[in-house]
Each structure stands twice: as structure tokens, then as C-alpha cells.
Design a protein around this ligand. Structure first.
Ligand code: PLP
Length: 422
């Protein structure tokens, strides 16, 4: 039987047997006990399923990985200690010093910094592109050593919508995978694999958790990409650090995601903890309900803001005159998430005054939480970016990122109304 996605939120992942706990247990253990050395050897050979050490896998985390893989329609997933770790490993799994990848410039500031600064220090070069540029323009940035194309389905905080099919065409023409950060959309609103993406990553810290409880991330593999073009020796040649394993030969469709776990997660040590996975799972059980309410509330908030003479512009693709309205109609028919960006008349100063007057909406360095929250990117999350980079990332110094929660929307709008008054 194939379940609908709402049912998967509750029923996938942990499937208790007769007499077992109803709720996913927290397997709070670093280690696992075996009856024979032979069994341990088989575990290391990956010839039997099981767990060796909680830096590499853990039964609680595994259930959550299986649930997220089911929600995205992938063949496997690996949870990481943060969204940043997921972005980093998604690239490092296929790029080494001397390689290059192409990335939309309209991405989360933390990712931009990680890619632009840390990865280039490590010898991996990157070309940032305007995601709305033509296929021909984007094609020009591909080089002989390009290994991936990266973008965000709904960009944080510009709230632009990516043409995933266009990106997939460009990536596949160049025999490289398309990696999509699907954090804001979540699989409830958009499943990038259905449009040709090969790898999906998330900061689970945001809507998936939904309650601002734990920082986390996940990498999901569609299992669809052909790694055997000669472009990805890390997957097709023996891994000397893993007794000669050839991931494509030994793991088939799960080559990428297996390598990410047994090589990168093992060596870098950035796996999710069992406790955090337990909490994330509780969040995932209501993801479908929360996303629906986030979207309906945000549509009303965006409509209110668009009608206010104090507001310069509102970015929310649901709005008819938003530049991403048509493309959202294709990729986000059920809603555009709860995040609305807008600019107040009066620039940076007016933005700060507005934020300080809010009573319900809390000033936090967070987004995509069940409680309404507000943030000024230029003075917080994107503080490290130059003005030029801010513009590239689609961020005006007066931009406010408003994360609409699941409270009664009339209370949220009333709060905004009073804060806009003189
Ligand atoms: C927050 C965020 C990240 C980074 O995730 P952390 O869990 O904070 O490390 C990556 N991508 C997007 C779109 C985000 O919003």
C-alpha cells in the first residue's frame, strides 16, 4: 500500500512490532553489542544491516532518516548535526581540491559564506549565477572540472522560486547532479526529485523541527543520478579508506548516500544525535498540518502588507504581481511557506523601529518556527556579507524577513498594524 504524504508524516520511519513501544524510542547509546567478531566484520563490510557506532548511524536517527527519505521520495537519507553540515557534505561528497561547482547566488547567507569562503580555502572553486538567467548564460559558467549545480527551491530570504526543471536540464546536459536545498518548501509543498533534482538537502532546524528545539540537517538521495560518467572517481574508484569499496559497484543506486555516511560522516563526525532525532520526529508528525496553516496565514499577512501604504514592496510568490507568481503556480500549488519578505518605507531605520514595536512577533535569529518571528537580515544573518553580496543575494538593507507562525492570523495582522503606526 502506498500512503499519502500526510500519512507518511506519522507512519513512516518507525514501525513497531508486536508489543514494542508505540513511540520511537531514544536509543541513547554510543555503541552496539555483538555475539561474534564475525558479525562485526560483516557490519564493516556493509554486508549485513546494523549499527556500529553512533558517530555513523543510530537506530533512532535511522528511523527519522527513513521517514524523511519517504517524504521526499528518495532511496535514502543521512541526518547531520546542522543544515550547514548537510550543505557542506553534499558538495564534499563529490568535489575535492581542484574541482568546481556552479551555484545560485540567491541562497541562504550561511551557505553563501560556507561555499564562497571555506570551500575556496579548501581549493574548491565556485561560480555564483543569477538563477533567473537563461540556460545559455548559465551554461557558460560550466567548466571541465564542474561537479555540481546547487540552488534553493524557495530562497532564504529573497523568497524567489527556483525553476528546478531548468536547473535539472542544465545539470544533466553537463553530466553533473542538481542539488536542491528544500528547507523552506519542505516535502509537503514541493518534492524536487519530481522535477529532476538528484540530491535534496534540508536544514531540519526550520519547518521540519518546527518548534525551534534543535539544530539539524539531512541529505536525501534520489538514487537517480548516473555517477559512472567518469566525472566522479570518488564514487567509481576504490576507497582506500574503506578497504577498497567501490560505491557504485557495491551500493548501486545508494552509492552517493552510502559514501556520505561511511566516509564523510565517519571522518568529519557531524552526525545527528539520537535525542535531536527524537525531537525532530515529533516535529515531522505534524509537518503537514503546520505547513498548511503557515501558508494560509502567510497569504493573509502578505495580502495585508501589500495593501498598506507604509510598505514599499512585499515578496511572497502567492501575490499576483510577485515576479515568481507564475513559477510558484507550477512548483508550489499548495502554498509558498510561511516566510514573507518586505521592505518598509524609510529603509533600515524604519525597519528597526517597526521590529522593536512588535509585541506578538518575536525578534529572533531563526525562521520557520510555529511561533511568529521577525528578523532583519542585513543586521543579523547576512551581516557578514558585503553590500554587493547583499544585492546579489537579493537583500535590501531595509528588508524584513517575517516568519508567519500558526497562531490566529487576525492576532498576527493586528500586531503588524499597530507596529506600522507612528
Ligand atoms: C538555516 C538554513 C540553512 C542552515 O541550516 P542550520 O541548520 O542553521 O545549519 C541552510 N539553508 C537554508 C535555506 C536555511 O534556511
Amino acid at each position: 500500500m502506498t500512503w499519502k504524504i500526510e500519512t507518511k508524516c506519522l507512519q513512516e520511519g518507525y514501525k513497531p512490532g508486536n508489543g514494542e513501544p508505540r513511540v520511537l524510542p531514544v536509543y541513547q547509546s554510543t555503541t552496539y553489542k555483538y555475539d561474534s567478531t564475525e558479525h562485526v566484520a560483516k557490519l564493516f563490510d556493509l554486508s549485513v544491516p546494523g549499527h556500529m557506532y553512533s558517530r555513523i548511524s543510530n537506530p533512532t536517527v535511522e528511523c527519522v532518516e527513513n521517514k524523511i527519505a519517504a517524504l521526499e521520495g528518495g532511496i535514502g537519507a543521512v541526518c547531520t548535526s546542522s543544515g550547514q553540515a548537510a550543505s557542506l557534505l553534499s558538495i564534499l561528497n563529490i568535489c575535492k581540491a581542484g574541482d568546481h561547482f556552479v551555484c545560485s547566488s540567491t541562497i541562504y547567507g550561511g551557505t553563501l559564506n560556507l561555499f564562497d569562503k571555506r570551500l575556496s580555502e579548501m581549493g574548491i572553486s565556485i561560480t555564483f549565477i543569477d538563477q533567473d538567467a537563461s540556460e545559455e548564460e548559465i551554461q557558460k559558467t560550466f567548466q571541465y572540472n564542474t561537479k555540481a549545480l546547487f540552488g534553493e527551491s524557495i530562497a532564504n530570504p529573497k523568497i524567489s522560486v527556483l525553476d528546478i526543471e531548468k536547473f535539472a536540464r542544465i545539470a544533466h546536459k553537463n553530466k553533473v547532479p542538481l542539488i536542491i536545498d528544500n528547507t523552506f518548501a519542505t516535502p509537503m509543498l514541493l518534492r524536487p526529485f519530481e522535477y529532476g533534482a538528484d540530491i535534496v538537502i534540508h536544514s531540519t532546524t526550520k519547518y521540519m523541527d518546527g518548534h525551534a528545539l534543535c539544530v539539524g540537517g539531512v541529505i536525501v538521495d534520489s538514487g537517480n543520478f548516473n555517477w559512472e560518467s567518469g566525472n566522479f572517481p570518488g564514487l567509481t574508484e576504490p576507497d582506500e579508506s574503506y578497504h577498497g569499496m567501490i560505491y557504485t559497484r557495491d551500493c548501486g543506486k545508494a552509492a552517493y548516500i552510502t559514501k556520505a555516511r561511511v566516509q564523510l560522516i565517519r571522518d568529519f563526525g557531524c552526525y545527528m544525535s539520537a535525542n535531536n532525532a527524537f525531537l525532530l520526529n515529533i516535529g515531522l508528525e505534524t509537518l503537514h498540518l503546520r505547513m498548511e496553516r503557515h501558508c494560509r496565514n502567510a497569504e493573509k499577512v502578505a495580502g495585508f502588507l501589500a495593501g498598506s501604504d507604509r510598505i514599499l514592496s512585499v515578496s511572497y510568490p502567492y501575490l499576483k504581481d510577485d515576479p515568481y507568481h507564475d513559477i510558484a503556480g507550477k512548483y508550489l500549488p499548495e502554498g509558498c511557506s510561511g516566510v514573507v519578505s518586505f521592505r518598509i518605507k524609510g529603509g533600515r531605520e524604519a525597519a528597526v523601529r517597526f521590529m522593536d514595536k512588535l509585541k506578538l512577533a518575536a525578534i529572533v535569529v531563526h525562521v520557520a518556527d510555529c511561533r511568529t518571528a521577525v528578523l532583519h537580515p542585513a543586521s543579523s544573518t547576512h551581516r557578514q556579507l558585503s553590500d554587493e553580496q547583499l544585492v546579489l543575494a537579493g537583500i535590501d538593507p531595509g528588508l524584513i524577513r517575517f516568519s508567519v507562525g500558526i497562531e490566529n492570523v487576525e492576532d498576527i495582522i493586528e500586531d503588524i498594524r499597530q507596529a506600522l503606526e507612528d
